[in-house]
Design a protein around this ligand. Structure first.
Ligand code: NAI
Length: 253
């Protein structure tokens, strides 16, 4: 049995993944703002440090890490959680992963990585300048989804850039980004009840194969990518999106 850390474990995809891994007999350390083994606010530097300190009290080895904590709000906190919170989790827990015989990490990106990113916010992210990112995010709160899609683009690029390096691949750690289409979780379930919103969202994210996914559909894939059977897939953006990426982007890219 393996030890997993799952952020965002109190709801949606993180919760479904936690339940699945526990059912498979693994130990899961759940992390969230409440209702979790480790209660930490990943939008703050203190919360990110608390996470790493609390894991260290429980174990010196993490076999699998699933970063599912995230927000979809048009507010700077989305940048703080989705990008800086995720990076702090990856960087802070990497030494624990390095102690495992079969370490794997997965990050929840989104099919939104394909949408327009804000160049200035992306620049702030890639310069690791959180203060600048907050200022820029504040300025684009009137552009629906811009902070979210830019945060997901940035985190996916970070994964791609770091996965093949000595710190990750060199330490035997597979590192991938999972990009779901729409998933029926509290993040979208209220909006999607409105037929006109549902129609508009399916136009933006078409899902010809089986439609909007359930959290369990994503959890099964996450468990595999974070499990020992994944020996050679790393640095990938894996779309679990019912054909959205293929519909939007087609062949050739
Ligand atoms: P959710 O809202 O059900 O769960 C997200 C969890 O993250 C919540 O339990 C929340 O408390 C936690 N969280 C938020 N801010 C936090 C903070 N500051 N510190 C600690 N924990 C925090 O959403 P869902 O759908 O399960 O999302 C999981 C991941 O999947 C997110 O990264 C999301 O962006 C991504 N995703 C979701 C899609 C969807 O359609 N639901 C589609 C594509 C990606």
């Amino acid at each position: 049995s393996r030890t997993y850390v799952v952020t965002g474990s109190a709801s949606g995809i993180g919760q479904a993944t936690t339940n699945l891994l526990v059912k498979l007999g693994h130990t899961v350390i759940g992390v969230d703002r409440s209702h979790a083994n480790i209660v930490a606010d990943l939008s703050t530097a203190d919360g990110r440090k608390e996470l790493v300190d609390a894991v260290a009290k429980l174990t010196d080895t993490v076999d699998g890490l699933i970063c599912a904590a995230g927000l979809g709000l048009d507010a700077p906190v989305t940048a703080q959680v989705n990008y800086y919170g995720t990076l702090a989790t990856l960087i802070g827990l990497r030494p624990f992963l390095a102690n495992s015989a079969a370490p794997r990490a997965v990050v929840l990106a989104s099919v939104a990585v394909l949408f327009d990113a804000d160049a200035d916010l992306l620049g702030a992210f890639e310069g690791y300048d959180e203060a600048a990112a907050i200022v820029r995010a504040e300025a684009i709160t009137d552009q629906p989804g811009a902070i979210y899609s830019t945060s997901k683009r940035a985190v996916a690029r970070w994964v791609k850039r770091h996965a093949p390096t000595s710190e990750w691949a060199g330490a035997g750690i597979a590192l991938n980004a999972i990009a779901p289409g729409m998933v029926m979780t509290p993040m979208i379930s209220e909006q999607i009840k409105l037929p006109e919103v549902r129609r508009a969202m399916l136009e933006r994210v078409p899902m010809p194969l089986n439609g909007i996914a359930e959290a369990d559909d994503i959890a099964r894939a996450l468990a595999w990518f974070a499990g020992p059977e994944n020996t050679h897939i790393t640095g990938q953006i894996i779309y679990i999106d019912g054909g959205a990426e293929a519909s939007l982007r087609g062949v050739g890219t």
